[in-house]
Unconditional design. Structure first.
Length: 104
């Protein structure tokens, strides 16, 4: 899978985003009671939640994250200036090590 999976909703967490190093380890967790998105996967770091796996991608990973016996982590990095200017994306994830379902 691509190493450029966008994290959305980051602006709600802008103070935490500004304190992140260029690369870090993100922790993924499902939010089964999220009333806005039934496949919500929160993205967190040491300082707390920093956003969500993009809604068009999350259904592919939701079950794997939900069923995991241990915390699901993945490499993450801050987006480039170009990423932010063209799409508003502040963070990108590398989900290559997280199993994805064949169909969302």
């Amino acid at each position: 899978m691509s190493a450029r999976i966008p994290v959305v909703g980051g602006l709600a967490y802008i103070e935490r985003l500004r304190q992140l190093p260029p690369t870090f380890t993100a922790t993924l967790s499902v939010e089964p009671d999220n009333r806005y998105f039934r496949h919500a996967i929160a993205v967190s770091c040491d300082s707390g939640k920093v956003g969500y796996v993009a809604p068009e991608i999350a259904p592919q990973y939701y079950d794997a994250v939900k069923m995991a016996q241990a915390a699901v982590t993945c490499p993450a990095n801050r987006g480039s200036i170009s990423d932010h200017e063209t799409s508003g994306v502040e963070l990108l994830l590398d989900l290559a090590g997280v199993p994805a379902s064949a169909t969302p």
